[in-house]
Design a protein around this ligand. Structure first.
Ligand SMILES: [Zn+2]
Ligand SMILES: [Zn+2]
Length: 386
């Protein structure tokens, strides 16, 4: 940014002379000293069409020294204006005046009373204690008792039975039957039923049944011109600042503007296509020879159940034929009852073994907790019961 010095002009209040050059610190007409009331200079905002100050640039070295001497100061004795770098009044010889007294210090504002953080923390702690107490009260254990015990024994009677089964001829291996002895040691035999084979659908297989031509367009890069604009900088006048001593410092301003231009850009343009052959997939059924086979399996022919609510536990003993067996299943139940939050409540458990079940008797005491979240917890002593 270019800078230059221009000279301003002032008016004498004593004799009403106009347009006195800024370099003069006494009126050339009446000889009166330039005072602080006469420092409002003319010419600071006199601008031409180009935005520049109309005044000529000061080049004389003595005038430049005057312009760069700092703001004028005014004598306290005779009010005359003096060069900023002068130490004594050029008019009356008095030394440069005493500095301006400092303004009184600002009174600090009263501290804003803060809200006591202790009160807030105390409130939160009390609220937490109330919530915890409510949860504990709701989940506190109550006494419960065994109100019933029950056992059920189920015996399935199974018979080694001839049966017909379908199989793929290339997979089934002819096997001799070994019948069970005392319900164990059996092996199923496989014997094809003569004349029972027929072709049947086994699976579907995938195969290549031709091809499809698939094409995708191809592009190439190309450069094209287009109208655009660019931003350029230019000088757009001056800003002038009063030096306070009859001169002003003017600084060139820089502005920007958009101007038309021609730009280039890369575009993709069609350039033929790329093609290739893609295999086409088809599906076809595979048929294989499927046959009936004579074989054997365990078939459940009867189920006998015994149950009770006492300790006299027995297993049913159904009669079995020479090719039969028995499969045993036991279910054991203990029922607890108590007075809960919502009135009478009960819960069944199912011990895995009869030995475990036999440790329970009607009237045994346990404790029950019903938490607000989660399942009921039953405890015998310190051990949870499931
Ligand atoms: Zn005058
Ligand atoms: Zn003076």
């Amino acid at each position: 940014m270019a800078q230059r010095i221009v000279e301003l002009t002032w008016n004498c209040k004593e004799c009403d002379s106009k347009g006195i050059l800024g370099r003069e610190k006494q009126c050339p007409n009446c000889g009166a000293a330039r005072e602080s009331g006469e420092m409002k200079m003319d010419g600071l905002d006199a601008k031409g069409a180009d935005g520049n100050n109309v005044a000529a640039t000061v080049t004389d070295s003595e005038l430049l020294s005057l312009a760069n001497a700092g703001k004028d100061w005014f004598c306290e004795c005779c009010s005359s204006g003096n060069r900023g770098d002068a130490t004594a009044c050029a008019n009356c010889g008095a030394a440069k005046g005493t500095p301006k007294p400092a303004p009184p210090p600002a009174v600090p504002k009263a501290a804003v009373a803060g809200v006591s953080i202790v009160v807030i923390l105390g409130g939160l702690a009390l609220l937490g204690a109330l919530c915890f107490g409510w949860m504990w009260w709701g989940a506190r254990p109550v006494e419960a008792a065994v109100t019933g015990v029950h056992w059920q024994h189920s015996v399935a009677v199974q018979q080694w039975t001839p049966t017909d089964s379908l199989g793929w001829e290339d997979t089934v291996v002819a096997t001799a039957e070994v019948p069970p002895v005392g319900g164990v040691g059996e092996r199923a035999g496989w014997a094809m039923v003569p004349g029972s084979c027929a072709m049947a659908h086994f699976a579907d297989e995938d195969y290549i049944c031709g091809s499809d031509r698939v094409c995708t367009p191809r592009y190439r890069s190309s450069t094209e011109s287009y109208s655009c604009s660019r931003t350029e900088s230019y000088s757009c006048g001056e800003d002038c600042v009063d030096n306070g001593n009859g001169f002003a410092t003017c600084t060139t301003k820089t502005c920007t503007r958009d101007v038309p231009d021609t730009c280039t850009r890369t575009v993709e343009v069609p350039d033929g296509e790329d093609c290739r052959d893609v295999p086409r997939h088809c599906s076809r059924p595979i048929n294989k020879s499927q046959c009936h086979y004579s074989t054997q399996t365990w078939a459940t022919v009867d189920t006998v159940v015994a149950e009770g609510a006492d300790a006299n536990v027995t297993w049913p003993e159904p009669a079995l034929g020479p090719l039969g067996r028995a499969l045993r299943t036991g279910t054991y139940t203990v029922t607890f009852g108590w007075t809960g939050r919502n009135g009478a409540a009960s819960r069944d458990i199912h011990p895995a073994t009869i030995e475990e079940w036999k440790t329970w008797s009607v009237g045994d005491k346990v404790s029950v907790s019903e938490p607000y979240v989660g399942d009921v917890v039953i405890k015998r002593g310190d051990v949870e019961v499931r």
